[in-house]
Design a protein around this ligand. Structure first.
Ligand code: HPA
Length: 261
């Protein structure tokens, strides 16, 4: 059973170097995940990989069945999950190609199914630290080993999309303390926490956010920068999975113990 999972964002539909073992279709009580899971091996670790938007990028961010995706990983046995995001850089120094491991989230999404507990049970998870500190630390170590520049801190503001932002919205998000903007970290991160899965993000800055540079935003740029970042991303992943994972020093797995009313 794969203990590790990777969710691929826009432009990342395969993991270079992943030795593919099998494809698995998983059905969940919440419906179908974005596609089949590729089970493979990287640096000796068994990994389940899922492209978030579907193999042919057919799912819009607000139409992704985040619950089915996270539940699917859990059903496969995954307890540690890395999520790759394409993001816009709000901080002017975060140029296209920068890689950020965010430590905070501001959720500005709406209308997305954002909890597994919307029936009889009342559950309030602690989300003070939305990303697993242990996985973030390991990503930082892996990037050092791989000699890839990485910013190990940053606030990800999650918008609903699918449209990109106005320049005034980006100015407002900067005042709120956001460093990068994207469309998919929520409710993914919260659902992973509810499922007791350690979860961290690797955000590729694919463009300056609206109004930060003179340039108009294009998905061509997003795809190109994601493509040109693939090699650096996969070096980080290769070194990440080489690290020794012992008993988690985080409390992600115990979240529900103190979250039920
Ligand atoms: N805004 C929102 N989502 C994004 C962006 C952006 O500028 N770039 C890539 N995903």
């Amino acid at each position: 059973m794969p203990e590790f999972g990777i969710i691929g964002g826009s432009g990342l539909y395969r993991i270079p170097g992943l030795e593919i073992l099998e494809e698995m279709t998983v059905s969940t009580p919440y419906g179908d995940p974005s596609g089949s899971f590729t089970i493979g091996r990287l640096s000796g670790k068994e990994i389940a990989f899922l492209p978030r938007h579907g193999a042919g990028h057919t799912l819009q961010p607000h139409k992704i069945n985040y619950r089915a995706n996270i539940r699917g990983f859990r059903q496969l046995g995954v307890r540690r999950l890395l999520s790759v995001f394409a993001t816009g850089g709000i901080r002017p120094d975060l140029a296209p190609g920068s890689i950020v491991v965010p430590d905070q989230i501001i959720d500005s999404t709406s209308g997305r199914a954002s909890t597994f507990f919307d029936q009889d049970e009342v559950v309030h998870i602690d989300f003070t630290e939305p990303f697993c500190p242990m996985l973030r630390n390991f990503l930082g170590r892996a990037a050092k080993r791989a000699k890839v520049d990485l910013l190990c801190k940053g606030t990800y503001l999650c918008v609903n999309g699918p449209r990109l932002e106005t320049a005034a919205e980006i100015r407002a998000y900067a005042l709120l303390g956001a460093d990068i903007v994207g469309m998919t970290a929520m409710p993914e991160a919260a659902l992973a926490r509810e499922a007791g899965i350690c979860y961290a993000g690797l955000s590729v800055v694919t463009n300056h956010a609206a109004g930060i540079s003179e340039k108009k935003l294009t998905v061509t740029e997003v795809k190109e920068v994601m493509g040109s970042s693939e090699e650096r991303l996969s070096s980080i992943l290769k070194d990440f999975f080489m690290l020794q994972f012992k008993i988690p020093a985080c409390s992600c797995r115990q979240t529900l113990e103190t979250a039920r009313m």
